[in-house]
Design a protein around this ligand. Structure first.
Ligand code: HEC
Ligand code: HEC
Ligand code: HEC
Ligand code: HEC
Length: 172
């Protein structure tokens, strides 16, 4: 009796853990549904924004210079820099299913890991999407990275910064 109760208990815990295992699929997976002209070309807009280049920035001259002055051999391998410049760096390896470091600050940084919400029936229903890992981004989320801990911090104003990265669906 006890043993079967334990087995059922473990099964249930396993189920709960499994259901929370939303994985990071990478921006290419979002592109197929979020890049048409009539829906607002979210993928292209992100590609043109600095967020998509945040990892490359850590390999650029400015970051290398900063590294030399602060005893950081390679900023693109330094967790202190990566934590805001690459979503993939801060995610448990078992939860990565497509997301790469090169994507920098990717869709799933702001919208949550997409493995379970990225199907059309789920995506069409916001409540279902949220149950399946979708995050509705807020000012507090931006400020996890846009804060004075950043060596290049620029005063963050939610309205102006949001306008710079806006990618709305024009039909809404
Ligand atoms: C198979 C197609 C498909 C894929 C793949 C997909 N989406 Fe969607 N998404 C939709 C549809 C359909 C909607 C409903 C609204 C609309 O038409 O824009 C939607 C809505 C959304 C919304 C608005 C949700 C809300 O109600 O607030 C966000 C944000 C979003 N998707 C992000 C993503 C991200 C990030 C990915 C990749 C991880 C992704 N989607 C992958 C089809 C898709
Ligand atoms: C995971 C960290 C992270 C989050 C979360 C984040 N950002 Fe950023 N953001 C960055 C980094 C890093 C850069 C600089 C990228 C570069 O220059 O390579 C940046 C750059 C920007 C820029 C360009 C700034 C400039 O100097 O032109 C804007 C605008 C911006 N972010 C707005 C936002 C908004 C709005 C949110 C919230 C909805 C947000 N960001 C959330 C990390 C983040
Ligand atoms: C707390 C988050 C955070 C951390 C940690 C961080 N950055 Fe950034 N970084 C940003 C944001 C956000 C921006 C965009 C500037 C802005 O709008 O504040 C940025 C911009 C940059 C830029 C572009 C400079 C410019 O003129 O905009 C470089 C280069 C850079 N970071 C290098 C680094 C290096 C090197 C490290 C590690 C020592 C690092 N960052 C750590 C968030 C961070
Ligand atoms: C820096 C954070 C950030 C990144 C990166 C980002 N988004 Fe968004 N996204 C937002 C914010 C903020 C909104 C507006 C949310 C709102 O108004 O409720 C939004 C809205 C959306 C919407 C809803 C548009 C509408 O009007 O219905 C879709 C779809 C979407 N994003 C898809 C994507 C996709 C796909 C990517 C990557 C290619 C991406 N986003 C990258 C922050 C981000």
């Amino acid at each position: 009796m006890k043993k079967s109760a334990l087995v059922i208990g473990l099964f249930f815990i396993g189920f709960l853990l499994h259901s929370q295992d939303f994985k990071y699929v990478g921006a290419q997976k979002c592109k197929m549904c979020h890049n048409s002209e009539e829906k607002g070309k979210q993928f292209t807009k992100w590609t043109e924004s600095l967020h998509s280049k945040a990892f490359a920035t850590l390999q650029g001259p400015e970051a290398i210079k900063y590294g030399k002055e602060h005893n950081i051999a390679d900023p693109s391998k330094e967790p202190k820099c990566l934590k805001c410049h690459a979503t993939a760096a801060g995610v448990d390896a078992t939860l990565i299913a497509g997301l790469t470091m090169e994507e920098g600050v990717s869709c799933e940084t702001c919208h949550g890991p997409g493995s379970a919400y990225k199907s059309i029936p789920v995506m069409k229903d916001q409540a279902q999407s949220i149950k399946n890992g979708l995050i509705v981004p807020t000012e507090a989320l931006c400020k996890k990275c846009h804060n004075p801990e950043s060596p290049n911090y620029k005063t963050f104003d939610f309205a102006t910064f949001s306008a710079k990265i806006a990618h709305p669906n024009p039909k809404k």
